[in-house]
Design a binder for this molecule. Structure first.
Ligand SMILES: *Cc1c(COP(=O)(O)O)cnc(C)c1O
Length: 405
């Protein structure tokens, strides 16, 4: 059999949709600034994810976690699609209210809140909030006793990218105690919630968490002054890749543990699921060098590429989530670079910090040099939201939309 030489599109089919490639080429032909990095956003992806959600989890109301991506136009698209919002601070709340989102469409989901942020939420009519400690219960009792309070339960998928179990959530006995205390303080608990960890992979973690939720729900029934618990919030953890595996397990667990309970209102707080694959990051190679000296540990020459982005801007996910970004190399005009043999590169960020390395031993199909561009997919979650202006570089990155929002 004769293998065809990988042509331009064949090599990257499926990785870089043609509408995204078109938008990149268009931008590279017309840009007049100094060649800053830019995102290409894909509105079709948001709609497609919402369709999947509605098909597979029609009884669960999604609240998009703003901490994941707070680009204004993106949030506007999320709002237009009819999705609600999970906010963690005064600033996030004010950002979504500015878009015309109604207060009942927002949950103030951080379990530990600054007092003034609670007062702000109250003043804006944001009722739903979360606690997981006595201290926070007293805070809410004092500042906002009429809030609709959720108790956050402990949950964990040990294989998730970012685990939350050490920081948040109550174990069975602690949760029971808090429910009892809230009842004494006359603060009504209206919901139970959990988060199994961001970028999760084990659907059983949802089954276990929903089982624990039922246990606490039952305990409430035997309290002398019981709470009126009507809402269950299953948090985040979803990705584009794990969703089809997770959804059936969640449906089954909801049925198994709560099937007999009418009137439960189900919610979730997906972040990554809606935003990660909706964004491509394109950054420019600002320098390259081939070290001709062979290093001690390897007999291969090490080539370096420096790009105008890095860990302090859009790539903190390399450090926090241990991802290994694999770029698609493009010429200065945006055509695929495919000629020649694979070359290994270490890709460095633009700051003077020695930790600022995006990836090592990255294989690229051909020689990449100054003026070329690298396109990274799945860069819409926990990327620009954490960017800083360290070393004087810009933290906000322009977003170009591939199709009409
Ligand atoms: C971060 C976070 C989310 C979003 O998590 P994803 O895994 O990105 O879906 C949802 N809820 C809370 C409380 C969070 O802290």
């Amino acid at each position: 059999m004769v293998w065809a030489t990988p042509s331009d599109s064949a090599r990257y089919t499926g990785v870089l949709p043609s509408r995204i490639h078109r938008a990149i080429r268009e931008h590279l032909t017309h840009y007049s600034d100094d060649g800053n990095p830019f995102f290409v956003g894909d509105p079709d992806f948001i709609r497609q994810q919402l369709d999947r959600w509605k098909k597979q989890l029609p009884f669960i109301d999604p609240f998009f976690a703003v901490k994941c991506n707070n680009n204004r136009e993106f949030l506007e698209a999320v709002r237009k699609a009819g999705i609600n919002f999970d906010c963690a601070s005064k600033e996030e709340i004010s950002q979504v209210l500015d878009l015309g989102v109604r207060p009942e469409q927002v949950i103030f989901a951080s379990p530990r809140k600054t007092e003034s942020h609670i007062s702000y939420a109250k003043s804006q009519g944001i009722l739903k909030t979360v606690i997981d400690s006595e201290d926070e219960l007293y805070k809410v009792k004092e500042l906002f006793p009429t809030a609709q309070v959720f108790v956050r339960l402990w949950a964990d998928d040990p294989s998730s990218h970012v685990r939350l179990c050490d920081k948040f959530g109550l174990h069975v006995e602690e949760a029971k105690h808090l429910l009892g205390l809230a009842s004494k303080l006359e603060v009504n608990i209206t919901g139970l919630c959990f988060h199994i960890g961001s970028g999760a992979s084990d659907p059983e973690a949802y089954d276990q968490a929903i089982r624990l939720t039922r246990e606490i729900y039952n305990y409430n029934d035997i309290l002398k002054h019981k709470h009126c618990i009507t809402m269950i919030d299953i948090g985040g953890g979803f990705t584009n890749a794990n969703f089809d595996k997770f959804a059936p397990v969640i449906r089954a667990a909801a049925e198994r543990y709560f099937g007999s309970e009418p009137g439960i209102q189900w919610m979730a707080e997906p972040g990554r699921f809606f935003s990660s694959d909706a964004f491509y990051l394109v950054c420019r190679v600002i320098g390259s060098s081939t070290n001709r000296k062979y290093s001690a540990e390897s007999d291969k020459p090490k080539s370096k590429l420096f790009v105008n982005d890095g860990l302090y801007q859009n790539f903190l996910n390399v450090l926090i989530e241990k991802i290994t970004p694999a770029p698609i190399p493009l010429t200065s005009r945006g055509s695929f670079i495919v000629e020649g043999q694979d070359q290994a590169y270490t890709i460095w960020g633009q700051t003077c910090c020695g930790i600022d390395r995006i990836s090592c031993d990255t294989r690229l199909p051909g020689v990449v040099q100054r003026g070329d561009w690298l396109c990274y997919s799945s860069m819409g979650a926990y990327t620009n939201v954490t960017a800083s202006s360290f070393n004087g570089f810009v933290s906000n990155t322009e977003v170009i939309w591939a199709t009409k929002l």
